[in-house]
Design a protein around this ligand. Structure first.
Ligand code: 6PG
Length: 469
């Protein structure tokens, strides 16, 4: 069993086990490693043929069993565990071997690990993997970043196991250093935005249109058959159908309205702030998870303030407008995420090709959507596109849906239904498309109280005024 297996995987939790079985399904031999003997045995049993899929709890046996250069993927929790696993592996590796971190690691950790391993002659990849447990088993979207040369060794395996969109693999070499983890982080930021939007539209349809769960199921299912076709809209329609197996009625009505988070959405927002890129729809999606956590306070405040009784609306009209508004806000959310990627690419030297990124998001990942085919086209047509909103191919899509968005945002504000994702998307759009904003006044205020200076529209240079004179 020396140097035989094509691919190694450390961390045989659900994701790891599914990924390794996917590798084996695609004709590669795979070797798993986990300290937990139960997980090791479970994989051997499920693999069915030890020549194709095997596992061990011994790091030495694991490393010996892999063909060189070793290709070892880690699917372990982000954070310290990744460093521990790397240090455990190191004594058993040779120069030229490749370690791939497939978790949601913070991108600066990936840069640090890459530099550390480079000194030892080991190639390190940060590869975002999206698609959950099912994706890992049947075909995820994979976002690798690291050394372009070393990627050639991993490429055949990743292309085979990844999801396919019309036969094209949903994986591509994205760029050096932490490019892969960075792209996955922004993917998750977009994921937060889309999830917030689908949820608030549900709230609106329920409170303003009195839609039952059956109607919500049918509405989201019909949207999924149209331009809103996407994984998140699809699973949303299925969620409304699910009966509660512990009681009467539908499960969705029994789930506590407090959303948890592991941090990737927050990182996207934080880093966007650092870079000076506006991503307000993603920011507010993070804030809404934080507001959701304040359940007890919300209950008290609801009793204190109450809210208006929503004016009645025609159900069909509401549903049509909601479809338009959701489409509009989806576009804006992708636009913000892509904008962040474009700027981060310059800042961190990732040399990202946005068309390639949209392309590998078309299948396998959580934010896959019909819209991504259009986004791919827009960036293929103009690789330097500053913002999706400036693409001629998006003009009509946005113009046609912004009116309904305005009406719903106004309705939500009048009737006390929070639509923060939708209204932020609209505000972003209105601000981004304003040739003149009132920030001249902010400059005047800054100069007034702090002599911070300002520029003028009509003359070159830096100016200061003694305002109080
Ligand atoms: C994916 C998901 C995956 C995970 C999220 C959940 O692309 O497969 O994004 O990575 O489900 O990290 O994130 P939160 O726990 O922060 O919602």
């Amino acid at each position: 069993m020396v140097n035989t297996y094509d691919f190694g995987l450390v961390g045989l939790g659900v994701m790891g086990r599914n990924f390794i079985l996917n590798v084996a399904d695609n004709g590669f031999t795979a070797f798993g490693n986990d300290l937990d003997e139960e997980k090791v045995n479970a994989l051997i049993e499920e693999g069915g043929n030890e020549e194709k899929v095997n596992a061990t709890s011994s790091v030495a046996t694991f490393a010996q069993g892999l063909s060189t250069p070793r290709k070892i993927m880690l699917l372990v929790p982000a954070g310290k565990v990744v460093d521990i696993v790397i240090d455990n592996l190191l004594p058993h590796l040779d120069k030229g071997d490749i370690i791939i971190d497939g978790g949601n690691s913070f991108f600066t950790d990936t840069d640090r690990r890459e530099a550390y391993l480079q000194e030892k002659g080991i190639n390190f990849f940060g590869a975002g993997v999206s698609g959950g447990a099912k994706g890992a088993r049947k075909g995820p979207s994979i976002m690798p970043g690291g050394s372009r040369d070393a990627y050639q060794h991993v490429k055949p395996i990743f292309e085979a196991v990844s999801a396919k969109y019309k036969g094209e693999p949903c994986v591509a070499y994205l760029g050096p250093k932490s490019a892969g983890n960075y792209v996955k982080m922004v993917h998750n930021g977009i994921e937060y935005g889309l999830m917030q939007l689908t949820s608030e539209i549900y709230d609106l349809l329920k409170k303003a249109g009195d839609l039952t769960n059956e109607e919500l199921h049918r509405t989201y299912a019909s949207w999924n058959a149209g331009r809103l076709q996407s994984f998140l809209v699809e699973i949303t329609s299925e969620i409304f159908e699910q009966k509660d197996d512990l009681g009467d009625g539908h499960l969705v009505d029994k789930i506590l309205d407090k959303a948890k988070q592991k941090g990737t959405g927050k990182w996207t927002s934080q880093n966007a702030m650092d870079l000076g890129i506006p991503v307000p729809t993603i920011d507010v999606a993070v804030s809404m998870r934080e507001i959701s956590a304040l359940k007890e306070e919300r209950v008290k405040a609801d009793e204190l303030y109450g809210r208006p009784i929503p004016e009645s609306v025609v159900k069909k009209t509401l549903v049509n407008k909601a479809e338009s508004a959701l489409y509009f806000a989806f576009i804006i959310t992708y636009a913000q995420g892509m904008h962040q990627l474009a700027d981060a690419s310059k800042e961190y030297g990732y040399e990202l090709e946005l068309g390639e990124i949209a392309k590998i998001w078309r299948a396998g990942c959580i934010i896959r959507a019909a819209l991504l085919a259009d986004i791919t086209q827009a960036f293929k047509a103009d690789a330097g596109l500053q913002n999706l909103l400036l693409s001629p191919s998006f003009l009509d899509k946005v113009q046609e849906t912004v009116g309904a968005t305005r009406e719903l945002v106004a309705y939500g504000a009048t009737n006390g239904i929070p639509l923060p994702g939708l209204s932020n998307a609209l505000t972003y759009f209105d601000a981004y498309t304003s040739s003149r904003l009132p920030l001249n006044l902010i400059q005047a205020q800054r100069d007034y109280f702090g002599s911070h200076t300002y520029e003028r529209l009509d003359k070159e240079g830096i100016f200061h005024t003694e305002w109080e004179d």
